[in-house]
Design a protein around this ligand. Structure first.
Ligand code: NI
Length: 206
């Protein structure tokens, strides 16, 4: 397994549109696996390639992995995803983001989305997502377009979150550390002091 270093806000890459993927090769396959490793390790339910510094239109998601034993749930890899349609009715989730450690805010989004994407075999798929998966996929597709969840909240709340992260960055809170020492059991505490409480459907990290 490879846990990749995360891009933490504020960072210009998180404001940048990712590039269309024109070739699905072994390197991309390996990247998807590393993104899953990184996502499970950090207790997230979704991750976009830009969050590990790769400006390509790919995201991974698994909203049903089990915290207790770390076993995978239904794993999705979406390449060049496009939202074809969304529902008029909306729902609100308390969202988090692995690029915004320990920061959460209520975000309202359409409760159903229809998405076209390529899977890792290059097969074109169309799928309707609802519930937490709809929220997660929209959050991740936003990332591919240089949009982050705090762009959906009030400027005041956004400023507070960004200011906190800037301060934490300055204090070295997100400096690289050795992931091999904290294992892959989803129950570690990082030695720099934040733990990742995780409840699916609430306080979810993407
Ligand atoms: Ni995110």
């Amino acid at each position: 397994m490879t846990v990749l270093p995360l891009v933490i806000a504020p960072d210009p890459r998180l404001k940048t549109k990712s590039d269309i993927i024109t070739m699905i090769d072994e390197d991309l396959y390996a990247l998807a696996l590393d993104m899953f490793d990184t996502m499970y390790h950090e207790k997230g339910i979704g991750l976009a390639a830009v969050q590990v510094g790769v400006m390509k239109r790919m995201l991974v998601a698994d909203v049903s992995w089990r915290d207790e034993d770390g076993s995978a749930g239904e794993q999705y890899v979406l390449i060049n995803p496009e939202i074809l349609d969304d529902s008029k009715d909306a729902h609100s989730y308390k969202e988090g983001c692995l690029s915004f450690p320990d920061q959460f805010a209520d975000v309202t989004r359409p409760s159903t989305v229809r998405v076209r994407y390529l899977d890792l075999m290059g097969v074109e798929k169309e799928e309707t997502f609802t519930g937490l998966m709809a929220t997660c996929i929209q959050h991740e597709i936003d990332h591919l377009n240089g949009i982050v969840f705090v762009d959906h909240v009030s400027p005041v709340k956004r400023d507070i979150i960004i200011r906190k992260l800037k301060k934490m960055k300055k204090m070295g809170y997100f400096d690289p550390h050795d992931h091999s020492t904290c294992g892959h059991d989803h129950s570690h505490d990082h030695d720099h002091g934040h733990d990742h409480d995780h409840v699916h459907g609430e306080n979810c990290n993407h």
